[in-house]
Ligand binder design. Structure first.
Ligand SMILES: Nc1ncnc2c1ncn2[C@@H]1O[C@H](COP(=O)(O)OP(=O)(O)O)[C@@H](O)[C@H]1O
Ligand SMILES: [Mg+2]
Length: 231
C-alpha cells in the first residue's frame, strides 16, 4: 500500500528521571492525493510526529509504514534512501543554499541521488514554472521575496517526485497573502501529482486547502470536523 501509515505510534523522551510522552498512541493513514493538516499548541508533539513520519526519528512504540515499507528494522543506508527518494520535506524557513540559483537548488537534490540528465533538468524547470518561478530560474535566494523562496523550497521538495510530502509550519515566516499562496500551491501540486501530504500549521486560515484536519494535544491526535473548500 502506498502513502503513509502510522499505527499506534508513541514516542517517549527520557529527561533524567522523568519521561516526556511526546506522542501517545497516534494512528493516521494518508493516501496518495490526500492533503492532511495537523494543528495544535506548541509542545503538543507535532514536529515529533512529522519527524517520525519522515523516518528522521524512530518511534518508541508502534508501526510506521511508508509506501508499503516498514521503517522499523531498516538500515541507516536504506532510511537515507527513503528520505531522499520517497519523501519531500518543506520546513518553516526555506533553507536554500545562498550561492546556488533557483534552478541549481533543485538540481543539487537530483545530483545527490544520481547523475543529472536532461529530463531531470526539464522536470525541474517545469516544476518551477508550475510554482510561478519561471522567470526566476537564474536568481539567487537573496534576490527573491520570502514567498518566492518558500515556493522554491516547495519545488525542491517535489523534485525527486517523492510519494510523500511533509511540511512543518511552511507559512510561519510569511505574511497572510503569501501564506495563502504557498499553501494553495502545495495543495495544487499534491493533487496534480498524487502525493500523500501532511502539513503541520498554527494557522487555521490554511486549513481550507486541506482534505482532513487533526488536532494534536499532549501527544494525542483527534479528528476535527472539516469541510474542504474545494469539495
Ligand atoms: N529531543 C527532545 N528531547 C526531549 N524532549 C523533547 C525533544 N523534542 C521534543 N521534546 C518534547 O516533546 C514534546 C513535543 O515537542 P514537539 O514535537 O517539538 O512539539 P510541537 O512541534 O508541537 O511544538 C515537548 O514537550 C518537547 O519539549
Ligand atoms: Mg514544532
Amino acid at each position: 500500500m502506498s502513502g503513509i501509515q502510522l499505527k499506534n505510534v508513541s514516542k517517549y523522551y527520557e529527561e533524567g528521571e522523568s519521561k516526556v510522552i511526546a506522542l501517545d498512541h497516534v494512528s493516521l493513514t494518508v493516501e496518495p492525493g490526500e492533503f492532511v493538516a495537523i494543528i495544535g499548541p506548541s509542545g503538543s508533539g507535532k514536529s515529533t510526529f512529522l519527524s517520525i513520519a519522515g523516518a528522521l526519528l524512530q518511534a518508541s512504540e508502534g508501526e510506521v509504514i511508508l509506501n508499503g515499507t516498514k521503517i522499523a528494522g531498516q538500515t541507516q543506508k536504506e532510511l537515507s534512501r527513503i528520505r531522499l527518494k520517497e519523501i519531500g520535506f518543506i520546513l518553516q524557513t526555506s533553507n536554500l543554499v545562498p550561492y546556488l540559483t533557483v534552478l541549481d537548488q533543485l538540481l543539487l537534490v537530483k545530483k545527490m541521488s544520481g547523475k543529472v540528465k536532461t529530463a531531470d533538468r526539464i522536470f525541474a524547470q517545469d516544476l518551477l514554472k508550475d510554482l510561478g518561478l519561471g522567470k526566476k530560474l537564474q536568481k539567487f535566494p537573496d534576490q527573491l521575496s520570502g514567498g518566492e523562496r518558500q515556493r522554491t523550497a516547495i519545488a525542491r521538495a517535489f523534485v525527486n517526485d517523492p510519494d510523500i510530502i511533509l511540511a512543518d509550519e511552511p507559512t510561519a515566516s510569511l505574511d497572510t497573502h503569501r501564506a495563502h499562496e504557498v499553501v494553495q500551491l502545495i495543495a495544487k501540486e499534491v493533487k496534480a501529482r498524487n502525493k500523500a501530504a501532511i502539513m503541520v500549521t498554527h494557522d487555521e486560515r490554511m486549513l481550507t486547502y486541506c482534505d482532513r484536519v487533526y488536532h494534536m494535544e499532549d501527544g494525542k491526535l483527534s479528528p476535527v470536523p472539516h469541510t474542504p473548500a474545494h469539495a
